[in-house]
Design a protein around this ligand. Structure first.
Ligand code: C2E
Ligand code: CA
Ligand code: CA
Length: 411
């Protein structure tokens, strides 16, 4: 056997019949065959069983690196063979950083394979015995591990969310929170906030499923569902109450800022529910603008061209700089609730809110203060010159029927 160093990895050459690793040894590396052929065989008391003949470009010896178990078979060079070694650390890093569901599936396959192999080792290899072994339940204690349970739960949850969105969307609905003129206390608009009415788990708030929607590529569908429901509800308010000119704010995830399908979706929703475009407000967060700023700017300009208005959500918590504010077509800043929470107790919060208000005024933008819970905060914001507020002090987010009653009470 000869070795050649290639940085951290090595190439090795094995002569015909030479053992690369033996069944039962601990595994320290996996191999990629660069030239030659490798036989993988399994030793039983009554002799060796050939499991596989591998050729150029194939990987072997990786199983022991995934689960830290001993080698389950022996590898020998069938002809003069050159292999490229991948060391344990490098390989395990890939396995550990793999998507949890994938690593769970890999682990399950591996466990089943090993358990099956173990049984085969002590059984007579006639067809009946094999069939019996295959149908027996294999021990799967490892799948009870919290990580795997979590991965499987997530997989089911993702499937349920997809189903909930693709059926009639009855399970995924919006609640609505009013935004109120601080001066007159009059409702100005609503923000649509998604809720998942899960058949078993009850009402789920966005924090418990938005990250999953983002990871599984369902965010666009979810936002468009909220957009349609919100526009439909605004149309209902227009036709059934005396509040005819409220605006509706809808949250958009960053995914839309790299894909202009949102423009068509917005246009369709406006047409379907006969809404004046300026009454639809799309909220995006600062941090999502900076991911692909050039593309985001193009899409926001397309949306703006439809006549809708754009708000920057959670303002003050992200990374915006003055140049950003200037280059995106933003109509409104929503002052993040962390600053409002400490507004009456922290000088620093007051300074920040004052700075945001003067920035907005310099750029001709309006402002909304989020998370108002006390009348003291309303008084302070009024002194500072903030236009509109939102928060539990005025109303919690309400389901459509309750929101209609809330509006009627203020007619
Ligand atoms: P957000 O856009 O900042 O929405 C405001 C959140 O603050 C809402 O939480 C609301 O219930 C909560 N809130 C309102 N007033 C108060 C208050 O006075 N005090 C406190 N402590 N909280 C208040 P919610 O409904 O859990 O939504 C959380 C986030 O989920 C939203 O934050 C928004 O980023 C996201 N979200 C909600 N619906 C959608 C949607 O349809 N699409 C997308 N992409 N994101 C959504
Ligand atoms: Ca928002
Ligand atoms: Ca916010």
């Amino acid at each position: 056997m000869t070795e050649r160093q290639f940085g951290q990895q090595q190439r090795r050459r094995f002569e015909t019949g030479e053992t690369i690793f033996r069944q039962g040894e601990s595994g320290e590396r996996a191999y990629i065959i660069e030239r030659g052929e490798v036989e993988i065989s399994y030793s039983r008391s009554d002799g060796d069983v050939l499991l596989a003949n591998l050729g150029e470009g194939e990987i072997f010896g990786e199983m022991a690196l995934i689960d830290n178990e001993a080698r389950s078979a022996t590898a020998k060079a069938a002809v003069p063979t050159e292999v490229f070694e991948v060391d344990l650390e490098l390989f395990q890093r890939h396995v550990q950083t793999a998507e949890p569901i994938l690593s769970c599936v890999i682990q399950a396959l591996l466990d089943r394979f090993r358990a099956f192999q173990q049984r085969v080792s002590s059984a007579d290899l006639d067809a009946d015995a094999l069939a019996r072994l295959s149908s027996e339940r294999l021990s799967d204690a490892r799948h009870q591990s919290p990580v795997h349970q979590q991965a499987l739960t997530e997989l089911k949850f993702e499937h349920e969310l997809k189903r909930a969105l693709s059926t009639d969307g009855r399970e995924v609905q919006c609640v609505y929170q009013p935004m109120v003129s601080l001066k007159e206390g009059r409702p100005m608009g609503l923000e649509a906030l998604v809720r998942w009415y899960h058949p078993e788990l009850g009402t789920l708030a966005p924090d418990s499923f938005l990250p999953l929607a983002a990871r599984s590529g369902l965010m666009r569908e979810l936002d468009i569902n909220s957009l349609q429901k919100a526009c439909e509800f605004l149309h209902k308010i227009d036709t059934e109450t005396s509040w005819k000119s409220l605006f509706m704010a809808v949250n958009l995830s960053g995914d839309h800022l790299s894909d202009d399908r949102i423009v068509t979706a917005v246009q369709q929703a406006l047409e379907t529910y006969q809404l004046e475009p300026h009454r639809l407000k799309l909220e995006v967060t600062e941090s999502e603008l900076v991911r692909e700023p050039e593309r985001a700017r193009e899409i926001l300009l397309e949306l703006k061209a439809l006549g809708v208005s754009l708000a920057l959500d959670d303002f003050g918590t992200g990374y915006s700089s003055l140049s950003y504010l200037n280059s995106f077509p933003i109509d409104q800043l929503k002052i993040d609730r962390t600053f409002i929470k400490t507004l009456t107790t922290s000088e620093q919060s007051q300074d920040i809110v004052r700075a945001i208000l003067s920035l907005a005024s310099a750029f001709g933008q309006s402002t909304v203060a989020e998370g108002i819970e006390h009348p003291d905060q309303v008084a302070r914001l009024l002194e500072m010159g903030c236009d509109v507020g939102q928060g539990y002090w005025f109303s919690r987010p309400l389901p459509p029927a309750a929101l209609m009653r809330w509006l009627e009470d203020r007619t």
